[in-house]
Design a protein around this ligand. Sequence first.
Ligand code: ASP
Length: 481
Amino acid sequence: MKKLALHWKIIIGMVLGIIWALLSSSMGWSKFTIDWIDPFGTIFINLLKLIAVPLVLFSIIGGVANIGDPKSLGRMGGKTLGIYLITTILAISLGLVLVNLVKPGELINEDSRIDNRISYEIWANSEGHEIKDGINYLEDPAFFNRAQEITELTKKELQNASVKEKVDAVKNKKEVSPLKPLVDIIPSNFFDALTDNGSMLKIIFFAVFFGVCLLFIPAEKSMPVLKLVDGINEVFLKMVDIVMQAAPFFVFALLAGVVSKMAGNDIGKVVEIFKGLSWYSLTVLVGLITMIVAVYPAVLKLFVKKIPYKGFFKGMGPAQTLAFSTSSSAATLPVTMECVEQNLGVNKKVSSFVLPIGATVNMDGTSMYQAIAVVFLAQMHMIDLTIGQQVTVVLTATLASIGSAAVPSAGLVMLIIVLSSVGLNPAWIAIIFPVDRILDMFRTVVNVTGDATVCSIIADGENMLDYVEHDNPSETFDLDS
Ligand code: ASP
């Protein structure tokens, strides 16, 4: 009998997880699900992350050193960063076009928008921000009473501890030298960097530096090191194979946990959460889905003729479904690498260099969502962002997505920077927080698909792409392969 492809098994696991969560919340078993099933989801993410950090280290060292000469390395490095930047800007621009067309923030009822506007003015005054569009409800006698009530409410809102902590943490970061992000990439202690999952950029820096130095020492010295690095890489990839055998079960636990935490013992809550933010969520989803079904296929068709649209998605299925269920491109990285190498035929020399960097710096889905979120939040507070401000959004969303760690909800925290850059209240992340975890699943799929697309373009350009059509590509995860 033909074996069911892994991504189908994962999808079945996901669906069963959601069904279980809905059933358990209607039967009042949510606590059981959170106590006894959800931890397996955490175990799964931990296992994948455990593999991801050393895999990034060794695959970049191997990738850089195997390229062979510093000139090709420089060319490939430049191309990689350049194309990653172009796809990110493309995603943000598409997001901005969509949110300006749909105007989800204006579909909220007029009274609450006026209330929102008043609280924005209170906040802007307290922070000493200049209000650019000249409207001033606070000083309008018609709104005097409402303004007073809202002043009280706003004070309470600003005290919302969890949001405040996040905002303060990012603010503290911002108040240091503008070159701080650069300084942060250089680790002062390599072992410290290794122990922190958030310091992927430090590990990448070290790995590139180490790999480049390997290129410059005599072959009889570098060969044994390179062989060791390649061997270690193989061990980690085998670990991925083993963990992936249990992925459908783990994904069931993961989804059951996420949905149970949202719903508690009341399924209606999930629907309620989405109702208020439905237009916003829909705009984000339309943008993300357009990237997957139109933009990437078009880019592939233009630049990588060898890989047919269908073959690309069939090959990337396991990585995409895993990205959806884990909401983490870092946790998905080991599987992304296997899919790209074994199913799309990208040479390891390219994938081991391009993909780990992509998982960290290239987040098309995250940057698009940040752009949509900022404009949506402005619209619902009756603030018109000028073209200049929207250009600022393009710049800061690009930087914020580069700075976002490849873990769940990182994009939401970095949204604080984008909001602040155009003079909006960073505490507004609380407004979209309720739907963020679900949207995170979709944007992570886009992040991973974007990395794989760029990787195929680079591989094709370097003549290192050897695509062969597979009947059932995800069977590459067989233990005995
Ligand atoms: N979860 C995303 C990722 O890992 C980042 C984010 O947008 O929060 O790719």
